[in-house]
Design a protein around this ligand. Structure first.
Ligand code: SF4
Length: 263
C-alpha cells in the first residue's frame, strides 16, 4: 500500500479513553483551535504552533516538555492499531479531538480515511466551526460527532468564544439531516450559560437543528495550572466547580421540552 506521510500537528495521543465515544478508544488531540473560550481546560490546544511551557515559579525558569509535535498519518495509525483487540471487544475505535481537528482538514481527512481502511469506528470531538465544504468532506468518514455548543445566543457566543455560532449550528443541522449520529455537548459555565433562561435558549437552538439529546458538562477546574505554565492569564481562576446536583433544575428544562439531557 502507498505510504501516507501527510503531516499534522498534534499535542497528545491518549490510549484507553472511556469518555470520548463508545467503548475503549484512542484519542488523537489536534493542536490549534479557532475559538478562544475563556474557560478552556486545554489552553495548550489553542495555538497551532509548537509551544514550550515553563514554570516561572522556579529559579532559574524550569522549561517543560515541548507541547505539540509534527506526526504523519502512518505513524499515528500504527499506534492506534496497537489496541485493535480492545476496540473489537468493547465496540471502541478512534476519536479525533483538539483543539479543533477541522482546522487541519487535509491531515484529518487522510487520518480518517486511513482509519476507515482499517475498518475502525471513527468519532470526532468538534466545535463544528468550519466552512461547510470542509465539514461535509470530513463528515463522510465519521461514524459519530461529539459536537460542542457553547452559547445559544449569537452575540454572547461571539463575546465568550470570539466567533459566531451560526456556522456551527448550520453544520450541526446538516449532520443531523444526513442521519449522522450526533451528540450535542454543552459545557455549563457559571456566569456564561448556566442560567435557567440559558437552558431555555439552548432548547430553542436544539429544536431548530433537530437534536433530541444533549450531554451537560458541568464546569471544572482541570486546566488552571496549564495557564500558569503557558504564561497566560486565566479569567476563571476563582470560579467554583459545578456539580451535577446543582444543575438538576437546569436539566429539567430540557427534559420538559422532550430533549434527553444527561451528564
Ligand atoms: S473550543 Fe475547546 S479547545 Fe477550543 S478554546 Fe474552546 S474549550 Fe478550548
Amino acid at each position: 500500500m502507498e505510504k501516507n506521510c501527510q503531516l499534522g500537528t498534534i499535542f497528545n495521543i491518549q490510549k484507553f479513553s472511556l469518555d470520548d465515544g463508545p467503548g475503549i478508544r484512542t484519542v488523537v488531540f489536534f493542536k490549534g483551535c479557532p475559538l478562544r473560550c475563556a474557560w478552556c481546560a486545554n489552553p495548550e490546544s489553542q495555538s497551532p504552533q509548537l509551544e514550550i511551557p515553563w514554570d516561572k515559579r522556579k529559579a532559574p525558569p524550569h522549561f517543560l516538555k515541548l507541547k505539540g509535535e509534527r506526526k504523519n498519518v502512518d505513524d499515528i495509525v500504527r499506534l492506534v492499531m496497537q489496541d485493535e483487540p480492545f476496540y473489537q471487544k468493547s465496540g471502541g475505535g478512534v476519536t479525533l479531538s483538539g483543539g479543533e481537528p477541522m482546522l487541519q482538514p487535509e491531515f484529518a481527512l487522510a487520518l480518517l480515511q486511513a482509519c476507515k481502511e482499517k475498518r475502525l469506528h471513527t468519532a470526532m470531538e468538534t466545535t463544528g466551526f468550519a466552512p461547510p465544504d470542509t465539514f461535509r468532506r470530513l463528515l463522510e468518514h465519521l461514524d459519530l460527532l461529539l459536537f460542542d455548543i457553547k452559547h445559544w445566543d449569537e452575540g454572547k457566543h461571539r463575546e465568550y468564544t470570539g466567533v459566531s455560532n451560526l456556522p456551527i449550528l448550520a453544520n450541526m443541522k446538516y449532520a443531523l439531516q444526513q442521519g449522522k449520529e450526533v451528540l450535542p455537548r454543552l459545557p455549563v459555565i457559571p456566569g456564561v450559560n448556566a442560567g435557567l433562561e440559558d437552558a431555555k435558549g439552548f432548547v430553542l437552538r436544539l429544536r431548530e437543528v433537530g437534536a433530541n439529546q444533549v450531554q451537560l458538562l458541568p464546569f471544572h477546574q482541570f486546566g488552571e495550572n496549564k495557564y500558569h505554565l503557558l504564561g497566560k492569564s486565566y479569567a476563571f481562576k476563582n470560579v467554583k466547580t459545578l456539580h451535577p446536583k446543582e444543575l438538576e433544575e437546569y436539566r429539567q428544562i430540557f427534559l420538559a421540552a422532550r430533549i434527553e439531557a444527561f451528564f
